[in-house]
Ligand binder design. Structure first.
Ligand code: SAM
Length: 289
């Protein structure tokens, strides 16, 4: 790819975004996907998988903060966290920021994503990779949840690609049933659930499936600039509906106790609570509506 050429994201037929490339850093065809890392003029370094934007240095904080801090602070006492996907290390870093985290297991199917993210985007994962509480496994998330012991985790965070290709198994009945089994009594699972303005079926379909294994199925939103199409949704499935209703002041107290308050650039206690107030075009996609 020549410098000062454009990279076009290939997510939607007839609509997308493009980045002016300053420098290509890596282009690898792994056993699972086509991986590209490049330096952009506008968003710092960018990671694409099969032509789809995964993260950019400029706005990854929005997504990683909301995917990590919301479930952990809603739970309030999550000590053991399972992360599926998230090969760039951003979710792992933020989960480990919580002083309450005793163990974080991250299961990423593609070791090449980890290798390239650590080499070319080291700021995303920071020192999470060497944290003694972290265990990084290269493997398929569905295999891991199948064999994980019952009640062995307090929260599951799925930061996967969309439900096509290797990511598809992470949006199935079997996956959610295993998550319900391996989670403790107040456990919850949150997951990357697409941009409903363009991918409404992803939220609708997977919410329906989550409802088979969890009593409280919802979603919350984040405005991630490079996930084009308006709000990005994070799917929510919890064993205790009360987790979603924790008040702002209690969230603030927990964030203070966990060492999170004042370290974020998108998440705040008010954003946390507000993210569950869904616009009708998104709320109507939730199961059964
Ligand atoms: N934030 C991005 C998004 O919203 O699209 C996702 C980032 S992260 C790089 C997505 C990761 O999920 C990829 O590294 C991919 O290899 C991983 N992944 C996909 N399917 C998987 C599976 N079955 N088990 C574990 N990891 C998987």
């Amino acid at each position: 790819m020549a410098i000062d050429s454009w990279v076009h994201e290939t997510l939607y037929a007839g609509w997308g975004q493009r980045f002016l490339v300053k420098r290509e850093l890596a282009r690898v065809k792994s056993a699972f996907q086509d991986i590209m890392v490049f330096e952009s003029h506008s968003h710092g370094r960018v990671l694409l998988l099969d032509g789809v934007v995964q993260i950019t240095e400029a706005d990854e904080f929005v997504y990683q903060e909301m995917l990590a801090h919301v479930p952990l602070l809603a739970h309030g006492a999550a000590k053991r966290v399972l992360i599926i996907g998230a090969g760039d290390g951003g979710v792992l870093r933020r989960v480990l920021q919580h002083g309450t985290t005793e163990r974080a297991v991250m299961v990423e199917i593609d070791g090449e994503v980890i290798r390239l993210a650590r080499e070319f985007m080291p700021g995303i994962g920071g020192d999470a990779w060497t944290d003694p509480r972290a265990e990084v496994i290269v493997g398929d998330g569905i295999d891991y949840v199948r064999q994980a012991p019952a009640a062995s985790f307090d929260a599951v965070i799925v930061d996967s690609t969309d439900p096509i290709g290797v990511g598809e198994v992470l949006f199935t009945d079997e996956f959610y049933a295993n998550c319900a089994r391996l989670l403790t009594g107040r456990g919850l699972v949150v997951n990357q659930c697409g941009v409903p303005f363009m991918q409404a079926d992803e939220l609708r379909e997977t919410s329906r499936r989550r409802a088979k294994s969890f009593p409280d199925v919802f979603a919350y939103v984040a405005a991630v600039p490079t996930y084009v199409g308006g709000f990005m949704t994070l799917g929510w499935a919890a064993k205790d509906a009360g987790l979603r209703e924790v008040g702002v002041e209690e969230i603030r107290r927990r964030a203070m106790a966990a060492g999170i308050l004042g370290t974020t650039r998108y998440w705040t206690p008010e954003i946390h609570q507000g993210a569950f107030n869904l616009p009708p075009y998104i709320a109507e996609q939730l199961s059964g509506r």
